[in-house]
Design a protein around this ligand. Structure first.
Ligand code: SF4
Length: 127
């Protein structure tokens, strides 16, 4: 049986990027898999019930990192790829203003959008 990780690495090294991002045709955005959608829905419910998350000493800590310090933005882990990003520096669950290339500890990102793990593996393979 073919190893799917090895196949993905071979495709990426050969320039045949076969990652398929399933699109939500209504929202024209990448579609979340069911468990990611449930995570997003749960976070929204909590934020609606208790207020948006912040960085104070109580409750849920947002753990927001601005664009300058977000070391994984280049691989796609960033607000602009998150299902909870509203645009114009606004997040559905985080109280503060956010940047498109920032992130918090809850980033809800559709499958196929982030490929950093694969990048890391390719670097290892090339050594
Ligand atoms: S990564 Fe965090 S701060 Fe950014 S849009 Fe998503 S939930 Fe909001």
């Amino acid at each position: 049986m073919e190893n799917p990780i090895l196949k993905l690495i071979q495709d990426l090294v050969s320039g045949n990027n076969s990652i398929i991002v399933e699109m939500d045709k209504v929202k024209n955005k990448p579609k979340l898999v069911p468990e990611e959608q449930e995570l997003a829905d749960s976070l929204l419910k909590i934020a609606e019930k208790y207020g948006k998350f912040n960085e104070d000493e109580t409750g849920i800590w947002a753990g927001y990192i601005d664009a300058r310090e977000n070391e994984v933005a280049q691989i796609g882990v960033k607000c602009s790829n998150c299902a909870l990003y509203e645009g114009n520096g606004s997040c559905k669950i985080i109280a503060q203003s956010v940047e498109p290339n920032g992130r918090c500890r809850f980033a809800v990102i559709p499958d196929g959008v982030v490929n950093g793990i694969v990048d890391g593996m390719i670097k290892k393979v090339k050594k």
